[in-house]
Design a protein around this ligand. Structure first.
Ligand SMILES: CC(C)(COP(=O)(O)OP(=O)(O)OC[C@H]1O[C@@H](n2cnc3c(N)ncnc32)[C@H](O)[C@@H]1OP(=O)(O)O)[C@@H](O)C(=O)NCCC(=O)NCCS
Length: 151
């Protein structure tokens, strides 16, 4: 299977395939309160869908490109709870940005919940900047921010 990112030791970043979906669903369910189902991930296999694999699949990233708008959206980044804090999301983001740079796009965008300050710091390290924040539930102080970077 094609590697698309740097290989270090026994780990690699590669494109996701159908056989990865069980591991991906397991990570998804441990990461998000409203997880995507298998059909969503199956459909995402035609997009930019990367996995980080060491002994097993430990993290993934889903992005899609809109050529007409010259932009890409990062839809999801998640790492298995047992493997967080080891640079896996950083590796996935680095690879995704490098691949997107080859696609003649101008910018890449993502949404992040305001309470996820750790994730926001991670994206800032990759050059993403908050462009706007949208309140989803003022009573609960719930909001998400749109972050962008140029490609
Ligand atoms: C956010 C997430 C993808 C980071 O993955 P990761 O592989 O641990 O990230 P890295 O090791 O590359 O980078 C660690 C950075 O992520 C941030 N981070 C966010 N949540 C974290 C967590 N639960 N554990 C460790 N680091 C976390 C930290 O700020 C850390 O940055 P720091 O070194 O400045 O403290 C991961 O915590 C996760 O899957 N969370 C649940 C899903 C999610 O919230 N996805 C983002 C949606 S916007």
């Amino acid at each position: 299977m094609e590697d698309v990112g740097p290989r270090s030791g026994k780990s690699r970043v590669r494109r996701a395939v159908t056989a990865d979906l069980d591991s991906i669903l397991d990570i998804e369910e441990g990461s998000f309160p409203s997880p995507w189902n298998r059909d969503y991930f199956q459909a995402a296999l035609k997009d930019l869908f990367l996995v980080f694999e060491a002994e097993s699949v430990q993290g993934f990233l889903v992005a899609c490109a809109y050529q007409a708008a010259k932009k890409a959206l990062i839809l999801k980044v998640a790492v298995h709870p047992e493997h967080r804090g080891k640079g896996i999301a950083s590796e996935l983001l680095r690879t995704a940005v490098e691949l997107l740079k080859t696609e003649n796009l101008e910018e890449v965008e993502l949404d992040v919940d305001v309470f996820k300050s750790g994730a926001m710091r991670l994206y800032e390290r990759f050059g993403f900047r908050v462009v706007t924040c949208v309140s989803t539930d003022p009573e609960e102080n719930d909001a998400f921010c749109v972050m962008k970077r140029r490609l």
